[in-house]
Design a protein around this ligand. Sequence first.
Ligand code: LLP
Length: 424
Amino acid sequence: PSLSMHAHDGLLFEDVPLARVAAEHGTPTWVYSAGTLRRRFRALRAALDGAGLRAGIHYAAKANDSQAVLRVLRGEGAGADIVSAGELRATMAAGIPAAETVFSGVGKTADEIRFALGHGIYQLNAESAEEIAMISAAAVALGVRAPVSLRVNPDVDARTHAKITTGKADNKFGIPFEDAAALYAHMAALPGIRPIGIATHIGSQITDGMSAFRAAYARLAELVGALREQGLPVERIDCGGGLGIPYRDEPAPTPEALAGAIKATLGHLGLPVMLEPGRWLVGPAGVLLASVVLQKQGAARRFLVLDAAMNDLIRPAMYEAWHGILPVSPVAHVAPLSPADVVGPVCESGDTFAKGRALPILSPGECVAFLDAGAYGAVMSSTYNARPLAAEVMVDGHRCAVIRPRQTHEDLLAHQRLPEWLTA
Ligand code: LLP
């Protein structure tokens, strides 16, 4: 809905022609729609409220940690889910208090734990007995009690890409389900810890219905029952993130379905819940704009070589992810289509965005937009092949502003140092 085709201006993001963004800011450029962010946040909020859940939405900043994106979501009332001190700095800088922020992750360092506790973090999701000991020690040294939820690994198959499955027994995440109750009791006995609940996160880009979520949440409910029987306090349940989006023709799970699954499995406990969504909120709110460098005919295939590459958007190379690719110009949308391999200029065959994609013949300088690139796009980019990080732009109605200028070649060199023995 926020992307539309205009007969004269071509592809618009909100009211802003993407051709104009490319002309003014160059390519490759990430473009985010503030309106889409707001709309999606409100839809999620409405679904949770509609199911009668008391639910906190803690946006998973890893999906897109741009200050402008964080601020728009904060404006809608989002808390945060973070996985590093760097993300906590970013979310606090955007006005999200640590008191509304969850710290997830399997390898928080002692420094990061102290940093988070020092700022009054809302909740630490602990993933091991070893980490619980670290948190307790840090809290005692600071004279506080750390609010800790136990991240449980429910051993369910989220049926998503293997690299983003997190809730199977052989994944590195969480506490084995069988150990959770004993460890929770152990936490309650530690001087530095206030056990406040349990958490789970079974994977990302889950589009295969609600059965995996339901199975995981049912196990959490079972665990809460066991903890209550032991007289242990449970204040809230963190349901994680993972709600998928349709990149191609996957069935789109709705926030209403997720809210319904939570209500059905956890509702009887009468506890507040939390969600940690990343992709669902920001994925469809971003595109990556790229220009055609040239088109070449290989022995067997047509190659469309773009100025964007795997260093910008790594998802196709890393997860065989499918992203829609739309030409920006209005004429391109009525031209005949033929299969093309869409590739970047990086010196690896893996630098392929799409194979055999039906696209018109495009001339050098024409633009295309990669759709649904707002989540795990810019945050995963690198400067491989000494390619400066792409610019980032936000649109809001008819407004358009640079939120991160394109890196320069000078920037790439600026932070390097030479050992003195090479400078003589
Ligand atoms: N909470 C925890 C503890 C997580 O590990 C994650 C994502 C989330 C929440 C947010 O999940 P979401 O709602 O976005 O599915 N780079 C991959 C995705 C990695 C997700 C890692 N964890 C990709 O591009 O598909």
